[in-house]
Design a protein around this ligand. Structure first.
Ligand code: NAD
Length: 477
């Protein structure tokens, strides 16, 4: 049975309790993880602090880089094994699970290369002074991870934190812990000292809350829903603990009449069906210029009807949703759409081989979704695309910005001047022109505005968030 990973050893929770692990493809339990508590978090935070104060603060940036690179190599060697674990745990089709394992490799490679390039500045000041800045790690960082991309989000969050000289206590989502426990073990094999990476599993309201409240945590990196993001901020505010928040999105794909549809159509579809739509940056709203609306919906509808949904191991277009409550959430959105007479353009198909006990949902394309309907405002976190039309560029911008979110936007047009205007006017953390996601690039800073959160992860920018700046002024006359 998988145990917590603290100070380079597998240890049971002091609670003596466990949580069943369900395979989303058939809805059946196949494993149990620890249902940890505040005492386990305390043990992990102490292990991390001991590591930081003992060995870790003496490890040079170059040596941190070597450790991270060794871990990247270990993960690459075990990519198939990790992908298989994640596939069963999260219901990911094989291609997606493997892509996630390889992205994890890239995060550790990238941050390995970044360790010894993070430096402060000298500042010209008054005569008789020398002034400079140091970028120092926060210390013990807490990482609360969601279930949709456990390996990728662990990579970007923990990779950046370690590169900047922090040590980590990680709370994975209760639905998706198994791959990360194995990665922590690989980290020990790669040479990370005891306490550098600690993993404590359990429920958010128990162990996640205990992590956020622990006075020994110096920075919290949270990826998850806006609702829990608010709770984390409130808890952290009591002791003025800095927080990075990566929350949800309701990201628009904005298609102008001059777009290259052969490029746009497969990308628009992939952006909503990848990981069964359970992606924070899913392109879940489709905004189409009026003259293109009918022909584009016709082509998209035909493509949606070909999409196949089934067990993760069948490696079809779409796998199952993570759990029964997520499936119910998607059904609730669709029944609200039905009640509001929102037309369904097309649906994919769940294959006959899919067990009835699995958590399947056919991709669904809806049209004429009113801008104030919850389908145009709230995250479904399922393969549901809400289409609407716009009159002109101003109207497109107005619709694109008409939600509480601002994570990602896609703009499809051949008009170069419009590409720049749209990139400026859309409020989001990332804008993609004639592509969506740029292949996921670990080098590209990622994060949101408005209710999508603040702070940036990925890329070099993340390292600023995982450090604090100290200014040193020397008066030498
Ligand atoms: P969630 O907020 O319910 O859970 C996220 C994590 O927080 C889990 O580990 C959970 O156990 C923990 N948690 C729950 N309650 C907690 C509490 N009271 N205190 C501390 N931790 C607690 O979200 P989810 O359902 O796991 O993930 C889906 C959400 O995450 C979506 O809204 C999605 O958009 C968002 N997300 C955002 C990004 C991004 O980078 N912006 C990436 C992935 C997912």
């Amino acid at each position: 049975m998988p145990l917590n990973y603290i100070a380079n050893a597998f240890v049971p929770s002091s609670s003596g309790r466990t949580i069943p692990v369900i395979d989303p493809s058939d809805g059946q339990p196949f494993e149990e993880i620890q249902r940890s508590n505040a005492q386990d978090i305390d043990t992990a935070v102490h292990a991390a602090r001991q590591c930081l104060d003992g060995i870790w603060h003496k490890v040079s940036a170059a040596d941190r880089s070597r450790l991270l690179m060794r871990l990247a190599e270990k993960i690459a060697d075990h990519a198939d094994e990790l992908a298989a674990i994640e596939q069963r745990d999260c219901g990911k089709p094989t291609k997606q699970a493997r892509a996630d394992a390889l992205a994890l490799v890239r995060y550790f490679e990238f941050y390995a290369g970044a360790c010894d390039k993070l430096h402060g500045e000298t500042i010209p000041y008054q005569d008789g002074y020398s002034v400079f800045t140091w970028r120092e790690p926060h210390g013990v960082t807490g990482h609360v991870i969601p279930w949709n991309y456990p390996m990728q989000i662990f990579g970007r969050s923990v990779g950046g934190a370690l590169a900047a000289g922090n040590v980590c206590v990680v709370k994975p989502a209760e639905d998706a812990c198994l791959s990360l426990l194995r990665v922590a073990e690989l980290a020990a094999e790669a040479g990370f000292p005891a306490g550098a990476i600690n993993i404590v599993t359990g429920y958010g309201h128990e162990v996640g809350d205990a992590l956020a409240r622990h006075p020994g945590i110096d920075h919290i990196s949270f990826t998850g829903s806006p609702k829990i993001g608010t709770l984390i901020q409130q808890v952290a505010a009591e002791r003025h603990c800095p927080v990075t928040l990566e929350l949800g999105g309701k990201s628009p794909q904005i298609v102008f009449a001059d777009a290259d549809l052969d490029q746009a159509i497969p990308t628009v579809i992939n952006a909503i069906v990848q990981n069964a739509g359970q992606t924070c940056s899913a392109g879940s709203r489709l905004l189409v210029e009026q003259s293109l609306y009918e022909p584009l919906l016709e082509r998209l509808g035909a493509a949606f009807e070909k999409l196949r949904v089934g067990p993760a191991a069948m490696d079809l277009d779409v796998g199952p949703l993570i759990r029964a409550s997520q499936q119910q959430r998607v059904w609730d959105f669709l029944s609200d759409a039905h009640a509001a007479d929102i037309p369904v353009v097309a649906e994919g198909r769940v294959v006959d081989e899919a067990p009835e006990t699995g958590f399947y949902q056919a991709p669904t394309l809806l049209r004429d979704v009113p801008v104030d309907h919850r389908l145009a405002q709230e995250e479904v976190f399922g393969p549901v695309l809400a289409a609407m039309s716009f009159r002109d560029e101003d109207h497109a911008v107005q619709l694109a910005n008409a939600t509480q979110f601002g994570l990602v936007a896609g703009v499809w047009t051949r008009d170069g001047a419009r590409q720049f205007r749209m990139a400026r006017r859309v409020r989001s953390g990332q804008v993609f022109i004639n592509n969506y996601g740029a292949g996921g690039g670990v080098e590209l800073p990622f994060g949101g505005v408005k209710s999508s959160g603040y702070g940036r992860e990925k890329g070099f920018e993340a390292l600023y968030g995982f450090t604090t700046l100290k200014t040193v002024a020397v008066k030498h006359g």
